[in-house]
Design a protein around this ligand. Structure first.
Ligand code: HXC
Ligand code: NAP
Length: 289
């Protein structure tokens, strides 16, 4: 199983669809965020990729430029509102506008809630929920001044039915859904469209980590082949569309929402999951041996 994504050139959207637009993608240097950054650049947008690790953001910018796109990198921890504001001001100063913000950055890991430390809880809530709010609030004056803009936050579906060992992430993403609906109403008069996308399982490194069981008390190393097998079997049984998602599946929805076709869509949470959550299979953690 691989992180398959069609080559950026094979887009279903027309060439130059987002030409002249400026997009900020948090966590845009890996996984789903990278797929989003690549597609937006392919469609003509200048993409600012912002996250903590230079190896993520610099490699992504180099790849986009090598493919003929326009991108730049900003070092950013979305938990730091002052740095968020500084990055947003820098982008607005350099490019004169920000048309699209994609709140994609997140932190997540499987952990029993009964032993979750205050800092572990805080880390995930602050990256996912606070980060989404800080970035959205920071781009507001820029979007207001230019007469509108689009904000797309990446949520999930696991909180629709509860997901053991993910109290922190499900709480944070439920908060993102609430924020999406509330800010959609508050900011509609400024021409801002605020939506979220709830992806189904997409085998990024982040998800591989999530499927990796916590280390056993005896320190036993997880069996990588068993994890791969479990993931394949999960996809076959639990995803009605019959396959894992790809970063491009999510990127296509972002591009749609950023395009003129998204003009009358706000406060929506678009589920892009091959029907996975509707099928209501229990989480792998609920299955008894
Ligand atoms: C229990 C853990 C833990 C774990 C970290 N912590 N990992 N607790 N189990 N597996 C605790 C630490 O002990 C610490 O608490 C606190 O969390 C903060 O850890 P740090 O490593 O200091 O934090 P930081 O460097 O800020 O890193 C944040 C992070 C990390 C969230 C912990 O995992 C990260 O950077 N993740 C980014 C990438 C990622 O997670 N991607 C996944 C997205 S996938 P103490 O008390 O010891 O100080 C996704 C898909 C879900 O969301 C869908 C699945 C189907
Ligand atoms: P990923 O590759 O681990 O992406 C997470 C990104 O967030 C990384 O690029 C990381 O970059 C960035 N990030 C983490 N903490 C940050 C911080 N404090 N400040 C700035 N950036 C930070 O995982 P992914 O699977 O692509 O996840 C992307 C999004 O999709 C997340 O919102 C996730 O919850 C959501 N999602 C994924 C799935 C799935 O199956 N993959 C399903 C549902 C929802 P740095 O490490 O460089 O900071």
């Amino acid at each position: 199983m691989s992180e398959q994504s069609p080559a950026p050139a094979q887009s279903v959207f027309r060439e130059g669809l987002l030409r002249g637009q400026v997009a900020l993608v948090t966590g845009g240097g890996s996984g789903i965020g990278l797929g989003i950054s690549e597609l937006l650049a392919t469609l003509g947008a200048h993409v600012v990729i912002a996250s903590r690790k230079p190896e993520h953001i610099e490699a992504a910018v180099a790849a986009i430029r090598a493919a003929g796109g326009s991108a730049s990198a900003e070092s950013l921890d979305v938990r730091d509102p002052e740095r968020v504001a500084a990055v947003v001001q820098k982008i607005a100063g350099e490019h004169g506008r920000i048309d699209l913000l994609v709140n994609n950055a997140a932190g997540n890991f499987y952990a029993p809630s009964e032993s979750l430390s205050p800092n572990a809880w805080r880390s995930v809530i602050e990256i996912d929920l606070y980060g989404t709010f800080f970035c959205s609030q920071a781009v507001l004056p820029v979007m207001k001044a230019q007469g509108g803009g689009r904000i797309v936050s990446i949520s999930m579906t696991l909180h629709y039915r509860g997901w053991p060992l993910m109290a922190h992430a499900t709480a944070a993403k439920a908060g993102i859904d609430a924020l999406t609906r509330t800010l959609a109403l508050e900011w509609a008069p400024y021409g801002i469209r605020m939506n979220a996308i709830a992806p189904g399982p997409i085998p990024t490194e982040g998800v591989r980590k999530a499927f990796t069981p916590p280390p056993s008390a005896s320190g036993q190393v997880p069996d990588v082949f068993a994890i791969e097998k479990a993931m394949e079997s999960y996809a076959r049984k639990a995803i009605p569309a019959g396959r894992w998602g790809t970063p491009r599946d999510i990127a296509n929805m972002v591009a749609f929402l950023a395009s003129p076709a998204g003009e009358w869509i706000t406060g929506a949470i678009m589920v892009v999951d091959g029907g996975e959550w509707l099928a209501k299979n229990p989480s792998p953690q609920m299955q008894r041996p």
